[in-house]
Design a protein around this ligand. Structure first.
Ligand SMILES: Cc1cc2nc3c(=O)[nH]c(=O)nc-3n(C[C@H](O)[C@H](O)[C@H](O)COP(=O)(O)OP(=O)(O)OC[C@H]3O[C@@H](n4cnc5c(N)ncnc54)[C@H](O)[C@@H]3O)c2cc1C
Length: 441
């Protein structure tokens, strides 16, 4: 009898979990509410800690060619007058054993979907069911009920249903809503050719096909940019405090929300002329109010575990959201595949406890770092930029997988409310520093 796994959500966390758990004994079904294919045009960067897992642990050796990723060579920080004030070269492969790679989100998503469902890899291919929205979940029995009333049962249920997770309420037995962080993000893509033709000063200054992450930092607004699809496309993320963005933050709850080009330009009116030249080329702008979670006291109940944004949504200021989801998936693979030979239904809660013990403290700290990296880039009235893009890189990127991490942790550290976690748990919303974020895209 194969071990049955249901994954709720076919985003990066859900697909990565399917890749990690593929085995001759695991029957995996991914239930995704959407029809997929609606991913907004935007880039996402995976940090060396995640790239290492994809390439070295899961053997996705064609990742760079097939998914058209771009290896990032460094951060270039400009001040609001347009002067280059800091350049941080990234030597990730030498320092961390793997690259920081920038992707078009659709390309990375499609690549992971193929790796999970192809017949050509070892293990039973995962079955992806789209237009399958989960209504609720019985954590003890592992039964999930779809919107159409169909009930499916599994030995293990992985809730990868994103920041607004419905299953989180079943796991925690209370509703924990993600908090507005005071920041919103504009996102759009534009072809490099368009920039060269219609924003020549920007193209001459930034050289959009070059594999770098330029950032322009004002006191409380930022533009973070980078190439995608081998330099054919250019991606821009604009971080802005809610109160400065001239749009209604409450309407900006999903990627589908459209940003207004005029209001965006108004927000960035103090930015260099060459940067505004580039902003004027934006056609299809997404707008997203950034929300995150305080560390949850657990991610597990019965046979259900929360992973990815459902468990630990964080600000994108370090580009670690998807990378942490991939680390979660690696941990599931490490501990369930360990037990694979004779994994029984009854073993699930113990294995999940092991997964959480190896993951919870690290991710909670990275959630905190992501808030720290959102502090104002300058002192009020000064143009000196305090933000250091590489500040947390060592902690984030020197990770070598869940088993190695487990060996360093005291057992059961995360159960209950440890003092470490209490220290990590952040205060109420008012105590979050005035928002301004850093790199990621
Ligand atoms: C502006 C911005 C920039 C970012 N940049 C980066 C970056 O550069 N690098 C990085 O690592 N991270 C970045 N992140 C974070 C990253 O996008 C997320 O952490 C990551 O996508 C989370 O993946 P996920 O699979 O957990 O959630 P999601 O991507 O939200 O996927 C959840 C999936 O579950 C499905 N779903 C939801 N409810 C149900 C249901 N009831 N039934 C069935 N299906 C359901 C949804 O349709 C969706 O497909 C950024 C985030 C933002 C907002």
């Amino acid at each position: 009898m194969p071990f049955r796994i249901i994954i709720v959500g076919g985003g990066i966390a859900g697909l990565a979990a399917a890749v990690a758990l593929r085995s001759p004994n695991h029957e995996i079904t991914i239930l995704e509410q959407s029809r997929l294919g609606t991913e907004i045009g935007a880039t996402i960067s995976l940090q060396p800690n995640a790239t290492r897992i994809l390439q070295q642990t899961w053997g996705l050796n064609h990742l760079l060619d097939h998914a058209k990723g771009t290896v990032d060579c460094g951060f270039r920080v400009y001040n609001v007058e347009g002067r280059l004030v800091n350049e941080v070269a990234l030597r990730s492969k030498t320092q961390y054993g793997a690259d920081r790679i920038m992707w078009h989100r659709q390309d990375l998503h499609t690549y992971l979907k193929d790796a999970a469902t192809t017949e050509e890899r070892d293990g039973i291919p995962a079955i992806l069911r789209t237009s399958s929205r989960i209504r609720n979940c019985d954590c003890q029995s592992g039964a999930v009920t779809l919107e159409n009333g169909e009930v499916l049962e599994a030995d293990l249920v992985i809730a990868a249903d994103g920041v607004h997770s419905a299953i989180r309420t079943s796991v925690l037995e209370e509703e924990v809503k993600p908090k507005p962080t005071g920041l919103s993000a504009y996102r759009f893509m534009v072809s490099t050719k368009t920039l060269e033709e219609h924003a020549p000063d920007f193209a001459a200054k930034i050289k959009p096909a070059e594999p770098y992450t330029p950032m322009i930092m004002a006191h409380d607004c930022r533009l973070i940019m980078g190439p995608a699809r081998n330099g054919d496309m250019y991606s821009v993320v604009g971080l802005v405090p809610d109160e400065r963005m001239n749009e209604d933050p409450d309407s900006a709850q999903s990627w589908i929300t459209k940003g207004d080009p005029k209001k965006m330009l108004e927000t960035y009116k103090d930015f260099p002329i060459w940067a505004k030249e580039m902003l004027k080329q934006a056609k299809n702008i997404g707008l997203w109010q950034l929300r995150d979670l305080d560390p949850l006291h657990t991610w597990n109940r019965g046979r259900v575990i929360l992973i990815g944004d459902a468990a630990h949504a964080m600000l994108p200021t370090q580009g670690q959201g998807a990378s942490q989801a991939i680390e979660d998936a690696e941990a599931l693979g490490a501990f369930f595949n360990d037990a694979e030979e004779n994994c029984m239904r009854d073993d699930v809660p113990d294995i999940l406890r092991r997964v959480i013990n190896a993951r919870h403290e690290r991710v909670s700290l990275i959630q905190k770092f992501s808030r720290d990296a959102a502090k104002p880039a300058t002192e009020n009235g000064s143009s000196e930029i305090k933000m250091r893009p590489g500040e947390f890189m060592d902690y984030n990127c020197l990770y070598r997988g869940a088993r190695e991490w487990e060996e360093r942790q005291p057992a059961e550290q995360v159960e209950g409310s440890s003092s470490t976690l209490d220290e990590l748990r952040l205060g109420p919303r008012e105590s979050v520093p005035t928002p301004i974020a850093t790199p990621s895209a």
